[in-house]
Ligand binder design. Structure first.
Ligand code: ACO
Length: 447
């Protein structure tokens, strides 16, 4: 090995055997498969890594999204999120994420046309939607209907064919707002609104959500723009829980509708897509600005968390939160000030000056202000994760394409540490201990 190879390597001494191993370091990582060489004996399986929740494991190489959590940096394909939020549109950002470059005028026009002409859904999907109960959670409806799309497009299973992938990308980005709006209107018992392809992506979504008897629906331009920016901010966030679900499921080479349905299911969970709803509940619970010090005291004494604060990756201000806070003021000028905003602003101010939050590097995250905006726009809280899902679809799709094209990827299949019983012999039913005395005698615990 040369000197520079030595510098880019890790020497491990296995104290069980005294043997030394040299593992190459590439991109700041070692390959877990290199650990397999480290064996106690010839028939030993080899050393494995144990990493529940992937806290320190890279599952892929990616060129899509870069995050520096300490510095509060987020970039899509190298472009800072601040510039995209200010200058781009959601559909252009979706193009960037999926194709890797910003489009020229002609490409953007064709892309926009293609997405807009995939906004309708098959009439049978409406019947499928009607089968949900009136109070079904819209996110549950979304999981079901996105998955059901695979039955309408059996050609989608050709995941190795580029043309097929392109078509499914257009369909999925085009149809997400339609399914999302249908899930909302279903809960109210309102008739579904057909897509209006003369409107922008966000404008058409607002129309399908809120149009009543108007002959033509004109979205409020401030709200339309705010929603478009919110979609941009949610469009990708590298290997988070839902993206990992999409990648893991699509590693079986299943169609993208099934994989994106898995992403929606992951996003449904309160630890992922549901935190902005929790922020609204928290602000309502605080009730007024003068109750904030008492609330902060309760958080510091471990009686709950300051929702919308803290992040696994960001140990600095989440750059998306800064942009969202600015949009909130634009939206409230149109809709009237959400009374919860005053509580949020004061809560943020006090928390950012408090040693508890400073010491733990807890800053506002994307969810701190987004719920307030959605609420002011007229979205019920159950729709918050659905809005997140619409924005995240281009990111999931970009990650899906990258995954299926990556020659290093195989079907995702983690290992485990087995801590269960050794081999034991089957006991016939009549010979097994029964409930009651026998259980105590045999020390059996039933759940
Ligand atoms: N309020 C009060 N204390 C907090 C908070 C919070 N929001 N977040 C973390 N802490 C404290 C913890 O109690 C812990 O303190 P300790 O060291 O004294 O025990 C310390 O900060 C570290 O917290 P962890 O839970 O280890 O941090 P982790 O990275 O695992 O959690 C998480 C990140 C889940 C986002 C957490 O900060 C949290 O629960 N925040 C509130 C919920 C929220 O806003 N989620 C949205 C995240 S953004 C997104 O998913 C789109």
């Amino acid at each position: 090995m040369s000197d520079s190879d030595h510098r880019n390597s890790l020497t491990i001494i296995d104290n069980r055997t005294g043997k030394s191993y040299e593992l190459p370091i590439e991109n700041g990582t070692i390959r877990s498969m290199d650990l397999r060489k480290i064996k106690e004996s010839e028939d030993d399986f080899g050393l494995l890594g144990y990493d529940p929740a992937f806290l320190n494991t890279c599952s892929c190489k990616s060129t899509i999204t870069f995050i520096d959590g300490d510095k509060g940096i987020l970039r899509y394909r190298g472009y800072p999120i601040e510039q995209l939020a200010e200058k781009s549109s959601f559909l252009e950002t979706a193009y960037l994420l999926i194709k890797g470059e910003l489009p020229d005028k002609e490409r953007l026009a064709v892309w926009t046309y293609n997405i807009r002409h995939h906004t309708m859904t098959h009439a049978n999907l409406t019947k499928f939607m009607d089968g949900f109960r009136y109070d079904a959670h819209p996110m549950g409806i979304l999981v079901g209907t996105v998955g059901a799309l695979s039955t309408f497009y059996p050609d989608a299973k050709n995941v190795g064919q580029e043309e097929s992938r392109k078509l499914q990308v257009r369909r999925l980005i085009g149809k997400m707002p339609t399914l999302a709006a249908m899930s909302f209107r279903h809960s109210l018992g309102f008739p579904y609104v057909l897509p209006d392809n003369d409107l922008s992506y966000a404008g058409n979504f607002l129309s399908m959500m809120f149009r009543m008897t108007e002959r033509s629906y004109k979205p409020n331009p401030v709200l339309e723009h705010a929603l478009d920016v919110l979609f941009i901010l949610h469009a990708d966030h590298e290997q988070n829980c839902s993206t990992n679900a999409v990648r893991s499921v699509s590693s079986s080479m299943v169609d993208p509708y099934s994989a994106i349905a898995a992403g929606c299911a992951a996003l449904y969970g309160p630890l992922h897509g549901g935190a902005n709803e929790a922020v609204i509940h928290m602000l309502k619970q605080i009730g007024s600005v003068d109750k904030i010090p008492e609330f902060i005291r309760s958080v510091k004494s471990g009686e709950g968390r300051l929702m919308g604060f803290g992040h696994r990756v960001y140990k600095n201000y989440d750059p998306r939160a800064r942009i969202i806070k600015k949009i909130a003021f634009d939206v409230f000028e149109e809709t009237g000030r959400n009374p919860l905003l005053d509580i949020a602003i004061e809560l943020e101010r006090i928390a950012l000056e408090d040693d508890y939050f400073i010491g733990r590097k807890l800053y506002p995250n994307v969810d701190f202000y987004s719920g307030l905006i959605y609420q002011a726009m007229g979205f019920p809280t159950e729709m918050f994760p659905v809005l997140f899902a619409i924005g995240r679809v281009p990111g999931w799709l970009a990650q899906w394409i990258e995954h299926v094209k990556d020659p290093e990827q195989k079907i995702a299949r983690p290992r485990q540490i087995y801590l269960g019983e050794e081999c034991r012999h089957y006991v016939p039913l009549d010979d097994r201990p029964r409930r009651g005395d026998d259980e105590q005698k045999f020390g059996i615990c039933r759940l």
